[in-house]
Design a protein around this ligand. Structure first.
Ligand code: EPU
Length: 335
């Protein structure tokens, strides 16, 4: 059923109050038939990576498809079908309860399973693409569900075909993941994970459940809980720069925080560090602020308007460019 003029404050973790002219929740695949392409369409999952800058004058489709199904199982692995509306962290907990490995480093990421491939969610040394097999995509134009392989999804750093060629062309209805039974291959390369495991006293024979616990404790110490303070996680992407530019910056700023990339020609800079160096950590403009424990995260301290958050983001981009000649771009989808 389509409703009119719905306030979507409860449906976005920034807690921005704007209206959607038309609103359609999708509980079952047959509800997709109600979508007409005679207006702009925006597909919403958990609303944890989107900033609405104004009322949405089109049709907001809210994906609430549910169900997790084990399709195949061998002595080594399982293939899961996860409906797009399933909560990501609940899915991670379910896989941990079954002792299936692969998602433990991605614990506590807000949002839905269907949104996960869009920006190829990643954290603490892992990303979705490593367990991902394929997905189902309902294409608006043909009104058909198509299967897209991992290669077809064109995954990159916080990127996929759904942010490019297939943007606004349809809806992910289910994802298919391959998870491993014991023995698990743990990803412990991220320094903070080792520290957290040591604190937990679980360095010997570490389990996937302990890795998840470590990730959860790191996230809780650095990232604000959207239930308590409106936010969308990292607001900007970590920018990639040519090695020459990195070398020049490193001479000027010896503490520059950076990581290598898959290419020897470029380095990824920690945008949180760049922003902190510009003096923005913990600062506010009106009700819009920069989180005190992680400068990459913008927060809504109460009733920030989208305009206030955008003004803050622009000011930060400007200052980072002035100081480092590096352009940082939003990771969050600004609509
Ligand atoms: N740093 C600072 N000051 C800050 C924030 C970070 O100096 O205010 C420095 C840290 O000390 C560290 C480096 O920057 O040396 C990296 O910081 P962190 O480990 O917190 O990770 P990040 O690069 O800021 C990325 C992801 C996060 C993900 C973490 C862990 C992006 C845009 N963000 O953040 O993802 O959880 O790595 O893997 O890639 C998200 O996408 O919403 C998100 C939270």
């Amino acid at each position: 059923m389509i409703s009119q003029d719905i306030d979507i404050k409860p449906f976005n973790t920034f807690g921005i109050s704007v209206k959607a002219r038309q609103y359609l929740p999708i509980y079952e695949l047959q509800d997709l038939r109600l979508i007409e392409q005679n207006q702009p369409i925006f597909v919403l999952g958990g609303g944890s990576n989107v900033l609405f800058s104004q009322d949405y004058e089109g049709l907001l489709v809210h994906v609430k498809l549910s169900g997790i199904e084990k399709l195949e199982e061998t002595s080594e692995e399982v293939l899961l079908r996860v409906a797009a509306g399933e909560n990501w962290h609940q899915l991670v907990l379910y896989t941990l309860a079954n002792n299936w490995g692969g998602l433990e480093n991605l614990a506590l990421i807000p949002g839905t399973a269907g949104a996960a491939p869009i920006q190829n969610i990643g954290a603490y040394g892992a990303e979705l693409s490593e367990t991902f097999m394929y997905l189902d995509f309902y294409e608006f134009a043909s009104r058909q569900v198509k299967r897209l392989t991992k290669a077809a999804c064109q995954f990159g750093y916080r990127d996929s075909i759904f942010k490019n060629e297939l943007k606004n062309k349809g809806i992910i209805t289910a994802i298919y993941l391959n998870l491993k039974k014991q023995p698990h291959t743990l990803k412990l390369g991220y320094g903070a994970i080792k520290e957290a495991l040591e604190k937990q006293g679980s360095t010997d024979k570490t389990t996937i459940q302990q890795v998840a616990k470590a990730v959860i404790s790191i996230r809780q110490s650095k990232l604000p809980d959207p239930q308590k303070i409106g936010n969308c996680g990292s607001f900007f992407k970590n920018p990639e720069v040519p090695v020459q530019q990195y070398d020049t910056l490193k001479k000027q700023f010896p503490n520059l925080a950076a990581f290598s990339t898959s290419s020897p020609m470029s380095m990824k800079l920690a945008a949180g560090w760049l922003i902190e160096q510009c003096g923005w950590k913990g600062k506010k403009i009106g009700q819009a602020g920069v989180y005190e424990h992680q400068a990459l995260v913008l927060v809504n301290h109460g009733n920030a308007s989208a305009a206030e958050l955008m003004a803050l983001a622009k000011q930060i981009q400007h200052d980072v460019y002035q100081k480092f000649a590096v352009h940082i771009v939003p990771e969050v989808n600004v609509v």
